[in-house]
Design a protein around this ligand. Structure first.
Ligand code: PEP
Ligand code: MN
Length: 262
């Protein structure tokens, strides 16, 4: 169960020999979407050089408009595996449908996006896998609902769930979402599962990534997930919130000064 009452000790999740949770602060970084082989390898090399431990990149993208770029889909997954081969970084990427689970066989961490947090059939089928799952909090879901969604995965026999706070919808409009920073210690209080914070989607603003990464660290988060692009102005998705390599290196300097790294 996800509740700390049944499992007082913090859960540590093994991802391809690296650990998430249990004291180390993990950094997952990469573009919103995989766009080409050159792009994903270039970003992977840059984030690795700055000290990130995991590469993210969307292949199946949950876009608001059906006319927007939907991701490279299965070809994007292949390019992520190329980037993993080139850099050794484990990969994190979003699944949109249970019919695609077989395609994700070589992915290290399967992400369930905010929009699918309560896709119960998808959660049930991920429960039959042993893969680590990064479960993002829905745009308008409570902490209790997030923990119940984790429970769906765990009830099927998969204990490897990482929770992600990525901001929620409120009346505030100055940021893309409202970062619910207090959710970090509250979730850690209620659950033994690792908690990662996503300052990129929580704010939608590049300069806010560094202060909120510091805040997440201070609040006991087990890591952050940050969007980084080789050329944010030309990104096919979420360029406006993505850090360039120099900005990301600066955030990593801050993290390295303050946090134990795996
Ligand atoms: C993402 O991580 O690119 C993403 C789509 O995030 P979310 O599901 O939190 O909106
Ligand atoms: Mn994104």
């Amino acid at each position: 169960a996800a509740n700390r009452r049944f499992h007082p000790q913090d859960t540590v999740i093994d991802v391809a020999g690296r650990k998430i949770g249990g004291g180390a602060f993990s950094v997952i970084a990469g573009p919103c979407s995989v766009e080409s082989e050159e792009q994903i390898i270039c970003v992977a090399e840059a984030i690795k050089a700055s000290g990130a431990q995991f590469l993210r990149g969307g292949a199946f993208k949950p876009r608001t408009s059906p006319y927007a770029f939907q991701g490279l889909e299965a070809d994007g997954l292949k390019l992520l595996l190329e980037a993993k081969k080139a850099t050794g970084l484990p990969i994190v990427t979003e699944i949109m449908s249970q019919t695609h689970i077989d395609l994700f066989a070589d992915v290290d961490v399967i992400q369930v996006g905010a929009r699918n947090m309560q896709n119960f059939q998808l959660l049930k089928e991920l429960g039959h896998s042993k893969k680590p799952i990064l479960l993002k909090r829905g745009l308008a879901n409570t902490i209790e609902e997030l923990l119940m969604s984790a429970e769906y995965i765990m009830a099927g026999g998969n204990p490897n769930v990482i929770l992600c706070e990525r901001g929620i919808r409120t009346f505030e409009t100055s940021m893309r979402n409202t970062p619910d920073l207090a959710a970090i210690p509250m979730i850690k209080h209620q659950s033994h599962l690792p908690v990662v914070f996503d300052p990129s989607h929580a704010t939608g603003i590049p300069w806010m990534v560094e202060p909120l990464t510091k805040a997440a660290l201070a609040l006991g988060a087990d890591g952050v997930m940050i969007e980084v692009h080789n050329n944010p102005g030309a990104a096919l998705c979420d360029g406006a919130q993505s850090l360039n390599f120099e900005q990301f290196a600066q955030v990593m300097d801050t993290v390295k000064q303050r946090a134990p790294q795996e």
